[in-house]
Design a protein. Structure first.
Length: 280
């Protein structure tokens, strides 16, 4: 195996999360998978997904460090951040948005800082994302692909024309029965790649799972324009990339859902202190 780019395709930074632990865990988990895939050289990255209320990426972009992680900004690319530690660890962070459509389907706009309004028809949103060159991912979610929403997605998957999109899987899809959801199977049969990610919940400790489930692309990122290089590669995907890691057990998913319903909803926004105030 030659050069690989290993990515967690669905990452949130919630107020309940320790962002330094999130990055440390992501680097450890992704590096372990790189060794497992037999890569000689690799680059690691996280695809952020933020709602219209939040812009943690811009907060980080205004800082020079996050705890023991130093933050660098490519001069020619405002959609990516390089985070590196003194021991040589390096991980890329890519901006992205999470949008809810009129049909109540979730769409991830990847490698972009452009804001998109919630509530527009999904075909309109997908056309807007295509126009700005942002790869669109429609992620699986517990109960979100059933009924009317499932029929809308089925129609999009089977359409012969229209904006291209990718499908998403996440670590919260419980491991039971070993059966892949029908719409994921349908998409794969039609040549639509499925890009996994961890999609951590806003619960204490879940940041430790980031980087444990994702996908790998062959090649290398351009250090000057890493976001543009990644977006181009995702837009050109015509076959399923390698998948690494594993999903959570059914028991773990049930416990998380119970815990989630017992706590108040949280915004994803989090204020990062200035370096002069001691960092995080």
């Amino acid at each position: 195996m030659s050069d690989l780019i290993l990515l967690d395709g669905h990452v949130h930074m919630y107020p309940s999360a320790d962002p330094v632990r999130l990055l440390d865990s992501a680097y450890r988990n992704l590096t372990r998978s790189a060794f497992g895939l037999g890569a000689r050289n690799w680059q690691l990255g996280l695809l952020m997904t933020e709602t219209h209320r939040d812009d943690m990426f811009s907060v980080l972009r205004s800082k020079s460090n996050l705890g023991h992680w130093r933050i660098s900004r490519p001069e020619q690319d405002n959609t990516a951040l390089m985070l590196h530690r003194a021991d040589g660890a390096l991980i890329w962070l890519f901006a992205g948005r999470q949008i809810i459509t009129h049909e109540r389907l979730e769409v991830l706009a990847t490698v972009t800082r452009t804001q998109f309004a919630d509530g527009m028809p999904i075909e309109t949103l997908l056309a807007q994302l295509e126009a700005v060159g942002s790869p669109a991912i429609l992620p699986w979610g517990l109960g979100k692909w059933m009924g009317t929403r499932g029929r809308v997605l089925s129609r999009l998957i089977q359409a012969e024309t229209g904006p291209r999109f990718l499908l998403g899987d996440n670590a919260g899809r419980p491991v039971w029965g070993g059966r892949v959801p029908r719409l994921l199977r349908m998409g794969s049969a039609r040549g639509i790649a499925v890009l996994p990610g961890t999609d951590p919940l806003p619960l204490l400790g879940t940041e430790g799972s980031v980087g444990s489930y994702g996908f790998a692309l062959e090649g290398q990122l351009d250090d000057r324009q890493p976001g543009a290089a990644l977006a181009h590669q995702l837009l050109q995907l015509r076959q399923q990339p390698m998948v690494f890691g594993r999903r959570r057990s059914a028991l773990s998913v049930v416990r998380e859902q119970i815990a989630l319903r017992r706590r108040p909803a949280l915004s994803e926004v989090q204020v990062v202190p200035d370096p002069g105030q001691g960092g995080l």
